[in-house]
Structure formats: structure tokens, C-alpha cells
Design a protein around this ligand. Structure first.
Ligand code: SAH
Ligand code: SF4
Ligand code: F3S
Length: 442
């Protein structure tokens, strides 16, 4: 018999999504059942993000929304976990938004979630357990994947880079790499379970292994080994830091059988002066040289990026350098953000904070340019036949399937549900800014 139902509300990046998949696996293992109906769930888990202020606002307003519901049904358990929880002084804020939160659990001990929820449901106690020290990384935890044929695989946890705007090193701890044997065993087990595509996850995948004694444990070596695993169709990874992306890595991808020709390479800014203030440890010229090396080895590779506008001290001239870099690279896609000050980071204390209106104006101008490039890049696919891993049916029409190319392009085409989880050949007939449409040819 089920112990009760649980519902996840997950914010933030793929790391958080994957943590939620593991927590869901642990809860299911202990006899709880998933539901997609938040209002009916016995347990609601909010996995939070604090990368920008907006992400935090979303969590606090959801907690406010849930407050009435919990008052009406005191047996409902609300749990809050994830990056936001690891910040100083956050517990009183959470309690203020929703005094009935029963469990607050950190990023280093989330694997105790099922045990804690069992206890709370038995004794109705309130638990708050936020370790500040990184705990040992547990292996072989059960997961509940969103897709049976796609999976995330952690390779590193935490981050040592301390970009001056970023909160991640403070809330996720120092960088820790998993053993290569454990990673490859997990991939093999996933493939045996029907997985065709894996995504290796780390804040900076290129520094994988730097903290291990094993001289063979480095990212190009890991990719090369994974590429040999029979039955695995696609290997993706994120995120690459430009300071650590090597020619060896580019060559491994270019020469591989299954590593997608797609690199997400966050540049953050086009001005070398701003990059230095961000502590990114590369220049605009270095970034452009990397792009050239990638294009030389893989002319058809897709490149995407993250950009921050309005970093403290960013002048209009600095911003023009970002626009210039975007024009020179021609990204397939990009995520652009207005700089958001984060408590405890060096950039928060810098003088010359940029007014919100100015940040919004720069963001709008940058987004226009990025959309122009995305359309242009998509138009280059017109008439071509691409291999698509079919994800599911489109939201608006169940006869339309949606999938992705190895370069990460979303492709819509007519077909039936049996194709989900398989690779299809699709000829591209129309190109829009964010999607391609086509017809299946095989
Ligand atoms: N580890 C990855 C990305 C982590 S966060 C990397 O180094 O690229 C994802 C993106 O959020 C970052 O690339 C950055 O563009 C953005 N970001 C991080 N901190 C931010 C802040 N304080 N304000 C605005 N955007 C931020
Ligand atoms: Fe944040 Fe920089 Fe680490 Fe990425 S590399 S998580 S931006 S500190
Ligand atoms: Fe990810 Fe947000 Fe944490 S971007 S690492 S969930 S702060």
C-alpha cells in the first residue's frame, strides 16, 4: 500500500532537476507514489534555486500560495530543499512565507529525504537539517527519470571557480569528482535499462578529475570511454568553462561516434575588462580563438552560450563588445540574463551597480540580436535531413511529435506515438526562430 503521494516543484538548472529525480526515486523506493496534481499531494517538495533574485521570489511566492492549503489540511507535508536553503539567514524567510514548512533539507544531504518524511508523518515534528560541510557523495541511489530513454549523469558536484557574480560555489560547495569507474558503470546500467542519450552534468565538466588521484580521470578520457559503450546513441554534457576547454576535448568530440556536436560555452560578457572583473580567467580573444578551433574541427557544430548584461561597472562600450562578440560568433541559441546581485558574492559589493532600467534596455537589445542569429542558424537547416531523437508529442497537437537533433534543435513533425524514444530521419521544411518543422523520411 502506498504511504501517500508526493509532488515535486523544481526550479533551477539540470543539477536540480536531477537531484529531484533522485529524491523521487528514493521516495518511490520507500513506498510513496508520484502525482502530478500538486493540490492533491500528501507531500509537496520544493527544490529551490537562488542563482538570481527572481528564482528566490518564485519560491517565496509559491510558499505563500501553499500557506492556506496547509492550514486547511495539517497532514500535508511541505518540504523545501535545494540551493536557496544553503544560504545564510534563509530559514526565517522561509518560515515567514509559510510557517508550516515541515522539512528543510540541504544540498549535501538530500538523500535523507525519505527517512525524514517518514519521521515527520509519524511524529508530526519539524526538521531542519542543513549541513555546511560537504558530505560524502552517495553512490547508486535510485532515480525516477522523466524520460525512459534519456538520463542525466553527475560527474562533478560543486564548483571552485568563484566567478564574482555567482552564488553556486557557496551553496553547492567545493568541486568533487565522482570516480570514473562509478560513472561508467552507471552509464552502462542506464543503457541496459533502455537509455539512448545521456547528459554528463557538472558546473564545469572540463575540470572533471582535477581533485582525483587517478591520472586517467579527466574529461576527454571519460568521454572517450563513454563513447565506446555499445547501445548508447548520444552523449551530451554541460557546462564547459572556456578557461578549461582544450584542443584535446575538441578532437575527442570531433572524432567520436556518439558525442553530440553541440557545445554550450557560456561567455558571460564580450569585454575583456568585464570578464576580468567577473573572474572568468579568459579574454574575448581567447574565447573567439576557441570558437575558431571548434568550427575548424566541426564546421556544423552548434554553439550556445550564457550572457550577463549590466554587471557592475559595465559601460555602453563594454556592452557593445558583447554585441560585437555575438555578431562574430553567431550563436545557435543563448540565455541572456540581467545581472542580479547575490548576497555574499564579491560583485554585490562592487561600486557602479547598473540601474535596472539600463539592464533591461541592454537585455532587450541583446535578445533581439540573439533571436536574429537563432533564426539565421535555423534557416541553414532548410531542405536538410536530420536525425531526431523523438521526445514526445507536442503540447498543442497530439499528432505532432517533437524531438531534438544532435545539435540541440527542436524539430516538430507529424507522426504517431510509437516513434517516441526512437531516432527518426526528418527533412526540414520550415525554419522559425526557436523551432524547425519537417516531414519524416525514415
Ligand atoms: N556553471 C555554469 C553555469 C551556472 S549558472 C557556468 O559556469 O557557465 C547559469 C548561468 O546563470 C550562468 O552562466 C550565468 O550566465 C547566470 N548567472 C549566474 N549568476 C548570475 C547572477 N548573479 N546574475 C545573473 N545571471 C547569473
Ligand atoms: Fe558559477 Fe562560475 Fe562556477 Fe559557473 S563556473 S557555477 S558561473 S562560479
Ligand atoms: Fe542550479 Fe540554481 Fe543551484 S542554477 S546549481 S539550482 S542556484
Amino acid at each position: 500500500m502506498s504511504k501517500g503521494s508526493f509532488y515535486f516543484q523544481t526550479y533551477g538548472c539540470q543539477m536540480n532537476e536531477h537531484d529531484s529525480e533522485i529524491m523521487a526515486g528514493l521516495l518511490a523506493d520507500q513506498g510513496y507514489t508520484p502525482t502530478d496534481q500538486r493540490d492533491e499531494a500528501d507531500v509537496i517538495i520544493i527544490n529551490t534555486c537562488c542563482i538570481r533574485e527572481k528564482a528566490e521570489h518564485k519560491v517565496l511566492s509559491l510558499l505563500g500560495e501553499l500557506r492556506g492549503q496547509i492550514e486547511a489540511d495539517p497532514n500535508k507535508v511541505v518540504a523545501v530543499c535545494g540551493c536557496m536553503v544553503q544560504q545564510e539567514d534563509i530559514v526565517p524567510k522561509i518560515r515567514k512565507a509559510c510557517p508550516h514548512v515541515k522539512l528543510i533539507i540541504g544540498t549535501h544531504n538530500f538523500h535523507r529525504i525519505a527517512e525524514y518524511i517518514d519521521r515527520i508523518r509519524e511524529t508530526n515534528e519539524t526538521i531542519c537539517d542543513i549541513p555546511t560541510e560537504e558530505l560524502l557523495i552517495e553512490e547508486a541511489l535510485p532515480t525516477m527519470r522523466e524520460y525512459p530513454f534519456k538520463a542525466f549523469v553527475n560527474i562533478t558536484y560543486g564548483c571552485n571557480n568563484y566567478c564574482t557574480y555567482c552564488i553556486v560555489p557557496y551553496v553547492r560547495g567545493k568541486e568533487r569528482s565522482r570516480d570514473m569507474v562509478d560513472i561508467l558503470n552507471e552509464v552502462r546500467a542506464l543503457v541496459a535499462d533502455g537509455v539512448k542519450e545521456i547528459t554528463f552534468l557538472g558546473q564545469n565538466v572540463n575540470s572533471y578529475g582535477n581533485d582525483l588521484d587517478d591520472p586517467e580521470a579527466h574529461f576527454p578520457g571519460l568521454l572517450r570511454a563513454a563513447d565506446q559503450i555499445e547501445g548508447l546513441e548520444r552523449i551530451r554534457f554541460m557546462t564547459s568553462h572556456p578557461k578549461d576547454l582544450s584542443q584535446e576535448l575538441i578532437d575527442v568530440i570531433a572524432d567520436s561516434r556518439h558525442i553530440c556536436h553541440y557545445i554550450h560555452l557560456p561567455v558571460q560578457a564580450g569585454s575583456s575588462r568585464i570578464l576580468q572583473r567577473m573572474n572568468r580567467r579568459y579574454t574575448k580573444d581567447h574565447y573567439l580563438a576557441l570558437v575558431e578551433a571548434i568550427r575548424k574541427a566541426m564546421p556544423e557544430a552548434a554553439l550556445t552560450t550564457d550572457i550577463i548584461v549590466g554587471f557592475p561597472g559595465e559601460t555602453e562600450e563594454d556592452f557593445q563588445e558583447t554585441l560585437d562578440l555575438v555578431e562574430r560568433v553567431g550563436f545557435d541559441n543563448a540565455f541572456a540574463f540581467a545581472y542580479s546581485p547575490r548576497a555574499g558574492t564579491p560583485a554585490e559589493k562592487m561600486t557602479n551597480q547598473i540601474p535596472l532600467e539600463e539592464k533591461k534596455d541592454r537585455l532587450a537589445r541583446l535578445n533581439d540580436l540573439l533571436a536574429k542569429w537563432s533564426l539565421k542558424k535555423n534557416q541553414a537547416y532548410l531542405g536538410k535531413t536530420v536525425k531526431v531523437l523523438v521526445d514526445g508529442v507536442s503540447k498543442s497537437n497530439d499528432r505532432v511529435l517533437s524531438g531534438k537533433t544532435d545539435t540541440g534543435k527542436i524539430v516538430l513533425f507529424t507522426g504517431n506515438e510509437e516513434a517516441i524514444g526512437t531516432l527518426a530521419d526528418v527533412q526540414v521544411e520550415s525554419a522559425q526562430t526557436w523551432i524547425l518543422k519537417g516531414k519524416r523520411v525514415k
